[in-house]
Each structure stands twice: as C-alpha cells, then as structure tokens.
Design a protein around this ligand. Structure first.
Ligand code: HEM
Length: 287
C-alpha cells in the first residue's frame, strides 16, 4: 500500500510514471523560478513578480485539470484520470502560494490584506475563486470521495467551472494593457467547457472528430468576435476595424488563430488515434 504522501506511487505502492510525470510537471514552475531567481530578486518588484507567476500557474493547472477529460478521450488514454485530482490540488497549491505572497506584500498584515481582498472588485472575485478552489482541494482526498459518495462528489466538483470563470475575470481585471494572453486563456477554457456542453447535448460520451472540428471553429470565431467587441468597447473603435487586422500577422497572432491552431492539433490527434487499434477508454459522461 502507498503511504498517502508518496503521491508518485499508485494505490498498490508501485512507482507510477504517470503520477511521477504529473508531479514533475507541477514542480516545473518552481524549478523555473529558482533558475531565474537572480533576475527575479534584482527586478523592480520581486514579490509582485512572484505573485504574478503563482497566479498564472494556478490558472494554467486549473486549465490542465479541465483538459484531462477531453484529452483522455481524444488520446484514448483513460489512465490520465488517475492524475486529475493531483493536478487540481496542484492548482490550489499555486493559488495558496499566490495568496500567501499577497499577504507578504502587505507586510504580513492580515487585517490589511483582508481589507484589500474585501474592498477591491478584482480581489473579491479572486478571493471567491480561491475559497471555492479550497473547498475542492479539501474534498479531494480518497476519504472525502468515499464520505461524499461518487455522485455527490462529482456534483460538488462541478464548482470548478465557476472557479475557472472567476479566475478568468480576475485575470482580465488586473491586466492593464494587452489582453491577448487572457483572451487566449479564456478561449481555451471556452473550448474545454464547450467540449462538455456538446458531449452533454449529444447525450454524454465522447465527441467525434467532426464534432471536435466544429467546436474548434465555433470557439475560434467566437474568440474573434468577443475580442473585437471587447477592444471596441474599451478603446471606442469600430469592432469591424478590430476584425480587419485579424490577418495582419505582423501585429501579432490574434487569440482566435491561436485557439484554432490548438484545437486543430487536438482534431489531428483524434483523427490519428481513431484510426489506431487502441481501444477507447470507458465512456464517462459526468466529468
Ligand atoms: C484571495 C485570493 C487572491 C488574491 C488576493 C489575488 C491577488 C492577485 C494580485 C495582487 C495580482 C496582481 C495584480 C497586479 O499586479 O496588479 C493577481 C494576479 C493574478 N491572479 Fe490572483 N489573487 C487571488 C486569487 C486568484 C486565483 C484563485 C487565481 C487562479 C486560480 C488567480 C489568478 C491570477 C492570475 C492569472 C493573475 C495574473 C498573472 C499574470 O499577470 O500573468 N488569483 N492576483
């Protein structure tokens, strides 16, 4: 049997390359920060830089957690489900570090930090997302899954969609100028939620290659439209003018193209895997 802290071992106590790989992935941002420590320490605002990094990685691992269900279907690799909870808890760990660094930035004055969190909109939203994520992390142990029962546990963990929405709003709100990266992040989350909506619409199960292609094109078009409307409102310009620069790649690749490329890569993997002899994993509708 595995001791509970040996998260790189499977239930039988054997070394698990999948769990070990997930752990290395979760630790990568930490190694990256250590490698760049000198530049961070000598930067303009080291703590602020670390706050940004921790928040960014919390969001990335939240996205990776949500990507497990679609990707295990697309890649025909059902075992991925074994690391989903681990990745979700990892996202919470980065969010916890993010909050701890924020408190440190307030001179460890808990009262001042609490005042800020309850009086600024972007922090109220981030704080609400944090609390919900904490509930998910706290109920992610085997004992809690058993105690709640599979159905109630799954229903409770659908809160993750609210967490993703709040985290994205928080990300947009604190971004001062260029919203390209938050827009790309939002479109990827849109794809991941869209996958579930289409699966539910079709009565549960996996999406065909054609449905994946349709979803990718729809999310890409919506991203172009959403970005054009957002920029039009923020900078009082015509949304058509914003759309007209979509093909001007000299000014950067718009998030609509980025999500199209990412989605097409998924479609290609699905097409290749559907031709391979590998058996499809068990269909799980409510993940
Ligand atoms: C009480 C909870 C939270 C507090 C106090 C907080 C605070 C902050 C602060 C101070 C910033 C930098 C703002 C600036 O420099 O103007 C920030 C950025 C950010 N936060 Fe949070 N946050 C919280 C929760 C969360 C959660 C739950 C997530 C995601 C799961 C998150 C993701 C982010 C992201 C992605 C950024 C931007 C990072 C970047 O610039 O790349 N935050 N947050």
């Amino acid at each position: 049997m595995r001791t509970s802290w040996q998260i790189w071992r499977d239930r039988r106590g054997r070394l698990s390359p999948l769990r070990g790989g997930a752990l290395v992935l979760l630790l990568m941002p930490l190694f990256k920060a250590l490698y760049e420590l000198d530049a961070i320490v000598h930067g303009a605002r080291p703590i602020n830089e670390l706050i940004h990094r921790a928040g960014f990685w919390a969001l990335v691992f939240l996205g990776i957690t949500l990507a497990v269900t679609p990707f295990r279907h697309v890649a025909r690799y059902g075992h991925l489900i074994e690391v989903r909870r681990m990745l979700g808890v990892g996202a919470f760990c980065y969010a916890a570090v993010h909050l701890a660094l924020f408190v440190a930035d307030q001179g460890f004055d808990i009262g001042k930090a609490a005042y800020e969190i309850t009086h600024r909109w972007y922090l109220i939203i981030g704080g609400t997302g944090w609390l919900l994520l904490a509930v998910l992390a706290a109920t992610s142990t085997d004992a809690m899954v058993r105690r709640l029962g599979g159905m109630r546990w799954r229903r409770l963990h659908q809160i993750i969609y609210a967490v993703a929405l709040l985290a994205l709003i928080h990300y947009f709100q604190q971004t001062k100028a260029d919203v390209t990266v938050p827009s790309f992040a939002a479109s990827l989350f849109g794809w991941l939620i869209g996958y579930r909506v289409v699966a539910w619409w079709q009565g549960g199960g996996e999406l065909s290659t054609r449905s994946l292609l349709g979803l990718t094109i729809a999310v890409s078009v919506l991203t172009f439209i959403g970005e054009a409307i957002g920029i039009a409102i923020a900078f009082h310009v015509s949304p058509l003018r914003v759309l007209s620069v979509a093909f001007d790649f000299g000014a950067g690749v718009r998030p609509g193209w980025q999500v199209l490329a990412a989605g097409l890569a998924v479609v290609a993997i699905d097409a290749v895997r559907s031709r391979s002899r590998t058996a499809r994993p068990r269909t799980v509708a409510a993940e």
